[in-house]
Design a protein around this ligand. Structure first.
Ligand code: CA
Length: 221
């Protein structure tokens, strides 16, 4: 499980990161909204812990951007602002929980675990995009009435895109999620798989399903 910790206070950030790593999570700690955006563009995260008072941008604004741009994993707000107004605004903007500072690590950990548990229980089993439908439990992919036969890897690749609509998936992200490798990986293989996937899914007169961002990666379109 990867956790992104966005917190400008060194003491708090280090404390949370260290605590999470001690119980086996992989935690990345960043101190600005800008660094948080960069981290999310580079790696997939399962949950984010977000401080509201950041030096370069309001955490609530950052949260709003995430939700608009398709980051749909749990977000736990961590803030010294304990006003009801902030709590409500945060939850309305798509936060999943709110923890006021000061807090105990035990409490933070309990909340993180609960959010991750809830997420895996409610994990969507069917994804739809335009007329494309992917049923995870039934392992079925259809476009309209047409069933599309995919290999296991192709299926996993398509699933990754359907879970992240509109998000740019870098080659590094794809190789890590689908091939379990983060470096020394021949990314040409990804292009080969993307070509195959396109060939199976797209028809001649279609608007493309995948946008290629040269040198960066792909995006479900
Ligand atoms: Ca702060």
């Amino acid at each position: 499980m990867r956790v992104l910790v966005v917190e400008d206070e060194r003491k708090v950030g280090q404390f949370v990161q260290k605590g999470l790593e001690e119980v086996g999570y992989s935690a990345t700690w960043v101190r600005t909204a800008r660094a948080a955006q960069d981290a999310l563009a580079e790696n997939p995260y399962d949950i984010a812990i977000l401080d509201l008072n950041l030096p370069d941008e309001d955490g609530l604004k950052l949260l709003q951007d995430w939700r608009v741009n398709g980051f749909n994993h749990p977000v736990l707000i961590l803030s010294a602002r304990d006003a009801t107004h902030d709590r409500v605004t945060g939850l309305n903007l798509g936060a999943d929980d709110y923890l006021a500072k000061p807090f105990s690590f035990e409490e933070l950990l309990a909340r993180v675990r609960a959010l991750l548990r809830r997420q895996s229980e409610t994990k969507t089993a069917v994804f739809e995009h335009r007329d494309l439908r992917l049923d995870i439990l039934g392992r079925i992919v259809r476009r309209g009435e047409r069933t599309i036969d995919l290999t296991a890897k192709e299926f996993a690749l398509l699933e990754l895109f359907m879970q992240n609509p509109g998000r740019v998936l870098t080659r590094a992200m794809i190789s890590e999620k689908i091939w379990d490798l983060s470096y020394d990986f021949d990314t040409n293989l990804i292009d080969v798989y993307m070509r195959r996937l396109r060939k199976k899914i797209e028809t001649v007169d279609d608007k493309p399903f995948f946008k290629t961002l040269r040198g960066v990666g792909y995006q479900l379109a």
